[in-house]
Design a protein around this ligand. Structure first.
Ligand SMILES: Cc1cc2nc3c(=O)[nH]c(=O)nc-3n(C[C@H](O)[C@H](O)[C@H](O)COP(=O)(O)OP(=O)(O)OC[C@H]3O[C@@H](n4cnc5c(N)ncnc54)[C@H](O)[C@@H]3O)c2cc1C
Length: 441
């Protein structure tokens, strides 16, 4: 008898589960695949149609399948797209790749049937051994995968809150309306200075925005650039079996950074060498170590780990040099709305300051605390105790393999608190392969 699996979320996490089921299953399965934004195979990251929005991972590492590492490169070659394995491909092309792989596998599968439903799921309830997934109608399924990805960022802290309703404030930096509404405005303030800020700046530049752009963040860090001709890398320095405390790891990494510096080796490689071990290292930390890391090292780690393509950083540096873009270190504490936009108060370590801006774009990163997320499904699942936030309030409580309860799973960003490194394709594809195997058992 055929079983029905509901996958909630059409982004890359949901897509990679679907692709792996298509590839691995020889039994009759019906997948009900829901996406509120009709963004199947693309989701938030790969729906952009701006060719200046590049992947921040080299093409060689972006295959959708763990066991076919050249799959993306082969697809690029088939499409006669002139990218090499070291290139940072536009994200819009990556979205086409996932979609085309899905279409191809779907057509060739005689056992797996997929129904894409462009609707928001508002509730999931248990019914005996099964689940009822509610969108515009109720659907009885045997298994559920929550692949709902990232949520909108929290609003910047402010004594006044009326800015949240202003048409000049954008909580969603990926909104397709931003450029049209911003292009003739005198000035833009971007709250946050990470990779999302870079995306916004690249779009503004591409559309010949002539006004002033300011980016503000508490530490004033900018993402680093991937290096085009990398220096020699450090030798592997993590013992694959040992657990480490945060302090042990911190001093080991610092030693390696010093060693790399004095021997003309790549400092980036010191960080990259940790990547394959990150989930294991994170799982080995005590709760206190994890909390210490989040409190004191998260921002530094973010800058070291999340790098951008050098051509993107080059554009940012040009704009900084011409002073069209300014980066300020400061913490926003109040936003007053006025006729021309906003008066923003912020403090740096020494004093309070203010600036005026016509437009405010929130690039502070997704809200990870599910207790603060306003979506009906999340509220319903929390209220019904079907999901619980993890101890760090960084995602959902689940096993390492994404299991929340019997036949009830999650994948990708909701596992950040459990696995830490759980948002990029190199990690999600491993989870997707393992989860697909569990689902088709
Ligand atoms: C701008 C950006 C650039 C990135 N670049 C890279 C990169 O270069 N390389 C890399 O490896 N990783 C990159 N990442 C990280 C990673 O690929 C993404 O985080 C990944 O897209 C996560 O996919 P997801 O499917 O979990 O979430 P999302 O892409 O957020 O998709 C979730 C989907 O679920 C839907 N949804 C949510 N709730 C419901 C509901 N109740 N009912 C129905 N549908 C619902 C949403 O509409 C959405 O389409 C990037 C991320 C971002 C944001």
């Amino acid at each position: 008898m055929s079983k029905t699996i509901a996958i909630i979320g059409g982004g890359v996490s949901g897509a990679l589960v679907v692709l792996n089921i298509l590839k691995q299953s020889h039994q009759a399965i019906h997948i009900l695949w829901f996406d509120a934004k009709n963004s199947f195979c693309k989701g938030l990251a790969y729906s952009t149609d701006e060719d200046v929005h590049l992947l921040n991972v080299r093409a060689s590492k972006m295959s959708v399948f763990v066991d076919e590492p050249n799959h993306f490169m082969d697809w690029l070659t088939q499409q006669q797209l002139p990218f090499s394995s070291n290139d940072f491909v536009p994200r819009t092309i990556y979205g086409q790749y996932v979609l085309s792989t899905f279409n191809e596998l779907k057509e060739s599968s005689s056992t797996v049937k997929i129904t894409c439903i462009a609707e928001e799921v508002t509730a999931i309830t248990k019914s005996g051994d099964e689940y009822v997934v509610s969108a515009t109608k109720e659907n009885q399924v045997q298994q559920v995968v929550l692949a709902f990805g990232n949520f909108l960022p929290a609003h910047p802290r402010s004594i006044h809150t009326d800015f949240q309703q202003s048409g000049r404030y954008f909580q969603n930096a990926f909104s397709s309306f931003i450029i049209k509404q911003v292009i003739n405005q005198e000035s833009v303030l971007i709250v946050g200075s990470g990779l999302t800020m870079i995306d916004v700046v690249l779009s503004l530049k591409k559309h010949n925005y002539a006004g002033k752009i300011t980016a503000i963040s508490p530490h004033g860090y900018l993402p680093q650039s991937h290096i085009e001709n990398p220096l020699p890398v450090v030798a592997a320095y993590i013992n694959e079996q040992s657990p480490y405390t945060l302090l042990q790891l911190f001093s080991l990494v610092n030693q390696q950074l010093k060693y790399a510096k004095s021997n003309q080796l790549s400092a980036h490689s010191v960080i990259d060498a940790l990547r394959p071990h990150l989930q294991r290292l994170w799982l080995g930390f005590s709760l206190e170590d994890k909390q210490q890391f989040l409190r004191h090292l998260r921002h530094k780690w973010g800058v070291a780990r999340h790098r951008a393509a050098s051509q993107s950083i080059q554009v940012v540096n040009e704009l900084l040099n011409t002073k069209q873009l300014e980066l300020i270190r400061g913490r926003v504490y109040d936003i007053k709305t006025n006729i021309t936009g906003f008066e923003v108060q912020y403090s740096d370590r020494r004093q309070n300051n203010s600036l005026n801006t016509s437009v405010l774009i929130n690039c502070t990163g997704p809200e990870s605390n599910f207790e603060k997320v306003e979506f009906p499904l999340i509220k319903q699942l929390l209220q019904a105790n079907s999901i619980r936030v993890d101890a760090l309030k960084y995602g959902i409580e689940a096993s390492v393999n994404g299991k929340i309860a019997t036949n009830f799973y999650t994948i990708g960003p909701p596992l950040k608190g459990i696995l830490w490194e759980s948002t990029a394709v190199p990690e999600i594809r491993v989870q997707a392969q393992q989860l697909a195997l569990l689902l088709i058992l």
